[in-house]
Design a protein around this ligand. Structure first.
Ligand code: RM4
Ligand code: MN
Ligand code: MN
Length: 424
């Protein structure tokens, strides 16, 4: 299903006077308003193909109605999201959950909706039907060379699909690890992983990147072979300039200072980008900004500062993607909320008075430094986000508009109540 623009305009019209009042109120105090609005307008966040169906846990999965039945319908759902927020102009595919059987027609459908293809993701954390060798004890780190070879070949195949779609990056997340002390020789596992990644790296096209994700635990509960940013960074450094470290917010132990990790990776030119989500306990894959919006702001504060220090284009220099999918919300609403939360944190970070902060830091004026950050964080920037959306042809209120247009009810009518999307 596609949303006609005039319908969005009609709904915008109802709230326009209120919006203008709120926008003028906040805009009056924004020093660099034009540049902030331009940056917000350029900012897009990729949608993962595996998050368009209802997510599950190991205890069950409660499918919502109207889930996309195939890749085409997933692309249509991203089209709905992008039509509403004008900030989600790409989709990231997980292979083999979403194999593009006919790349030309998939690309044409995406282009018609104003979308392109972000990084492609490989999957060696599950066994597929008819797969020769099992990944039960890992993939790229496996003790058996034949299993490693199979996993390398899978990644190379994923690159080939990506090339057909004009993707420019491969993200690799490994579930490889161990469940019990003694199960694994850490050094050999790491060396095997490095050698396997090298095999994949050598197959990357010239203009491609390899993004290496880390995760401390789950599905393995004693060790993970790429368990933290240090191990990912070490691999990325050994591999070369095309490899860098992907930060998934849910992949940290409690209390980890993610904003500091981000700052150091950026400084070294090794920050690949993000998988955004939120969590309270672990890799909870909750809606971005739903638990800890202040942390999200602090991360964006480091991003904006670090990218400006290196003269990087905020919108395009690194990968921006959501990686979340939970079991109770309408996935499209969840993704719309996530994109809004990301844009809010980004806008707040753009409002930080950088010169004043540098002065406070140089004077060891801790109190003022905190006041400066919190002044930006406590600014209600939502009218700026709405204005950017309006200027780009989107909805002032994407979630409200999605509801007013009864999109889910229409999808259920079109697809049925019992559909189940591939993914988590
Ligand atoms: C993992 C990790 C990967 C994603 C899978 C589905 O926890 O975050 O990025 O590919 O989930
Ligand atoms: Mn991830
Ligand atoms: Mn994850």
């Amino acid at each position: 299903m596609q949303i006609e623009k005039y319908k969005i305009d009609e709904i915008n019209q109802q709230d326009l006077a209120k919006h203008k009042r709120r926008f003028e109120f906040v805009a009056a105090d924004v020093a660099n308003l034009d540049s902030v609005m331009q940056k917000l307008g350029n900012f897009n966040i990729a949608i993962p193909s595996w998050a368009l169906g209802t997510g599950g846990t190991r205890f069950g999965r409660f499918s919502g109605g109207g889930e996309p039945r195939n890749l085409e319908e997933k692309i249509e759902d991203v089209g709905v999201i992008h039509a509403l927020n004008r900030s989600s102009n790409s989709i990231s595919l997980h292979i083999p959950w979403d194999i593009p059987e006919n790349a030309a027609s998939i690309k044409a459908l995406a282009a018609q909706l104003g979308l392109h293809f972000d990084a492609v993701n490989s999957n060696t954390f599950q066994d597929q039907p008819n797969q020769k060798l099992s990944y039960k004890y890992g993939s790229l780190h496996h003790v058996d060379k034949a299993v490693r070879k199979q996993a390398i070949e899978h990644n190379i195949e994923v690159i080939k699909y990506g090339v057909q779609l004009d993707s420019k990056a491969l993200s690799v997340w490994l579930s490889d690890g161990s469940n019990f002390p003694g199960q694994l020789n850490f050094r050999r596992a790491f060396q095997n992983t490095q050698e396997s990644l090298q095999g994949i790296y050598d197959a990357l096209p010239d203009d491609w990147k390899m993004w290496i994700e880390y995760k401390p635990y789950e599905p393995n509960f004693y060790s993970t072979t790429i368990g933290d940013w240090g191990q990912s960074y070490l691999l990325a450094s050994k591999l070369g300039a095309k490899a860098s470290t992907l930060v998934d917010l849910g992949h940290h132990l409690q209390g980890a200072n993610i904003e500091q990790i981000v700052s150091i990776l950026l400084m070294e030119g090794k920050l690949a980008g993000f998988h955004f989500n939120d969590s309270k306990y672990g890799d909870d894959d909750l809606t971005v900004g739903s638990i800890n919006p202040y942390q999200l702001f602090l991360i964006f504060n480091e991003l904006v500062e670090g990218m400006d220090a290196r003269g990087m284009n905020h919108a395009t220099a690194i990968g921006w993607m959501i990686d979340a999918s939970h079991n109770v919300k309408d996935p499209v609403e969840d993704l719309l909320q996530s994109v809004q939360a990301i844009k809010i944190a980004y806008a707040q970070a753009l409002l930080v008075d950088k010169n004043a902060l540098v002065t406070a830091q140089n004077n060891n004026d801790v109190t003022t430094a905190q006041e400066i950050l919190q002044a930006a964080y406590r600014t209600d920037v939502r009218p700026l986000i709405s204005e950017a959306s309006l200027l780009a042809g989107g909805a002032l209120d994407p979630v409200g508009t999605y509801r007013s247009l009864n999109v889910r009810a229409n999808l259920i009518k079109e697809r049925g109540t019992k559909t189940v999307a591939t993914g988590l």
